[in-house]
Structures are given as C-alpha cells and as structure tokens.
Design a protein around this ligand. Structure first.
Ligand code: SAM
Length: 295
C-alpha cells in the first residue's frame, strides 16, 4: 500500500517531534543534574566558608583584647621568677598559663566544681579560703579572673597572703566592667580603691595596679555586646513611630558596631590608651610584707 506524501510528512514531523522531546528531556535532565551538582557544590562551599567565618569570628581573642593582655601579665609573672621558684596558680581552672612556668615548680589549686572539666592537673582541690599547705610556702601566687567568683574575697586574699613567703609576690587580676559570667558563681566587681583597701587588710603592699587593657578594649567589648544583643523589634524600643525609627537605626548601625568592635579591639592591642574612660579589668602585683611590715 502506498502512503500519501501528506501522511509521510506527518510521520516525519511526528518523528522530529519525538526526537526533540527526547532531546529536550535529556537536556532538561542534564540541566537538572548539573543544577543539582552546582547547588550541592555551592552549598558545601558556602557551608565550609560559613563555618570558617564563624570559627574566625568566634575566636575568643578576636573582639576581646583582654585575653592577650592577661596572657602577657602571666608571662611577665613567670619571667619574674627563677628556676627554683615555687608557684601556686590559685583558681587555675584549665591552667592556661602553666606553660609559662615550665622553668619553675608549678602547683594549681581549684575547687573543681564544674563536672565537665577534667581537672586532672590540679594539685589541691580546695576552696581558696583554705589551701591545704603550710604558711610561707610560695615565691609567687598567680590568681587570674577568680576573685569575682569567690563569695568571701577578703578571706581569700588573706589566705593567698598566708601561703606566700614574706617578700613573695601576688599577681592577681579580676574584672571591673564585665558581664555576669559562670552564673550563679559571680559575686563582685572591684574598683582600684577596693583593691588598695583589701590588699592592705591582707598584709600586702601594692607594687603595680593597672587596667588590663585600655579604654579601646572596653569600648570594643561594649560594641561587641551591642551588635549581639541590641533588640530588633519596635516594641523593644517602646513601640510606635519612635520604636520603629529606633529599630531601623539599630538595624543600620549593627554592621557598623561589629566593624568598630573589631577595629577597636585591634587598636587596643596596638596601643593601651588609659588617659580617659575605663578598663575592663584590673591587674595588681603586690608583695607580702614581713612581720615588721617591710616588703
Ligand atoms: C574564670 S575561671 C579562671 C581560670 C584561670 N585562672 C584563668 O585565668 O583562665 C575561675 C576559676 O576559679 C575557680 N574558683 C572559683 N571560686 C573558687 C573557690 N572559692 N575556691 C577555689 N577555686 C575557685 C573556678 O573553679 C574556676 O576554675
């Protein structure tokens, strides 16, 4: 049977249609495949980059220059003693400064109340108001960022003074302007006048009393807090037009606060500005007086 020209061309057109359909389906599937792949790659890349960014911005030292100043303080304490020195790190926690004292004999005391910490390195598990060692034992006592956590700070200082040799040095620091932390075990903040008073009561004379970082560090800390915690709802600003405007202003200012926090924390490391403002922490070096009252 002979097929007409019209029927043949209809068949050809149907075949072309089928080929185009199959081709388009393949192309579509390939497209989909690659789109999926690219999305996967982009997602993975984004996740990795995001994670790295988070790690970078979560670095404890990034916005807080205090830590580098405290490390320096502990390093100086270590450099001030010779190889035969006996040193106590009072409220040592994880003993972050032990490495600086490798040339001396280092002991650590802590009440080890946080079950998540290993505390295997702690020589004396005790309260700092009652350290189980004889009097006049240590050449140097280091006590960083602990005194705000003790409910009886004056008694603690007396005890640290007791375990020091006459002429021995106490290197101590504590926050002055810092959020509540390790709650509920956060009791006090100390002004320079409190330090002077308490040291005198404990039979210690102050050689050095200073801010741990400069004002730029304190400002960086506040800016960092602000960009984290400033609220983003109009009702948090009292609502209404002013609430909405305040909210918009905060929204616009947040990235600036973040950038400034970063910049000022860097500037604080570069130069410790102490002419005005206030510091985050105080650090004190004091000497134990002998019975006659001389250092
Ligand atoms: C903020 S951490 C500081 C740790 C370390 N000195 C530092 O600078 O990283 C405070 C430490 O003091 C310890 N601590 C607080 N109160 C104490 C007390 N009454 N007796 C003994 N240790 C105490 C805590 O267990 C914690 O390890």
């Amino acid at each position: 049977m002979r097929t007409s020209i019209a029927a043949r061309s209809a068949n050809t057109l149907a075949m072309v249609d089928r080929i185009r359909d199959v081709g388009m389906t393949w192309a579509f599937e390939y497209d989909l495949y690659f789109a999926k792949k690219w999305r996967e790659i982009a997602l993975r890349g984004g996740l990795i980059a995001g994670n790295e960014c988070m790690k970078f911005f979560k670095k404890p030292d990034l916005m807080e220059s205090t830590r580098s100043y405290l490390r320096n303080f502990a390093r100086q304490a270590a450099a001030s003693v010779g190889p035969n020195a006996l040193v106590l790190d009072a409220g040592a926690g994880d003993s972050p400064y032990r490495v600086f004292f490798s040339h001396a004999t280092y002991e650590a005391a802590d009440h080890c109340k946080r079950p998540e910490r290993p505390y295997t390195h702690v020589s004396y598990v005790c309260d700092l108001t009652s350290i189980p060692v004889q009097s006049n034992r240590y050449d140097l006592v280091l006590c960083t960022q602990v005194l705000e956590h003790v409910p009886r700070p004056q008694e603690t200082l007396m005890e640290l003074s007791r375990v020091l040799k006459p002429g021995g040095k106490l290197w101590i620091s504590a926050p002055f302007f810092y959020e509540e932390h390790e709650v509920p075990h956060d009791f006090f903040r100390y002004t320079q006048f409190a330090w002077r008073h308490m040291m005198g009561q404990a039979g210690l004379t102050i050689d050095r009393l200073e801010w741990v970082g400069g004002y730029f560090g304190a400002l960086a800390y506040q800016l960092d807090m602000a960009w984290h915690f400033l609220p983003m709802r109009p009702r948090h600003y009292g609502g209404g037009f002013i609430g909405a405007a305040a909210c918009a202003l905060t929204f616009a200012a947040r990235p600036i606060m973040f950038a400034l926090a970063f910049v000022y924390s860097r500037l604080d490391r570069r130069h410790k500005y102490t002419d005005a403002g206030h510091g985050l922490d105080y650090c004190v070096v004091a000497t134990k007086l002998d019975r006659a009252g001389s250092a």
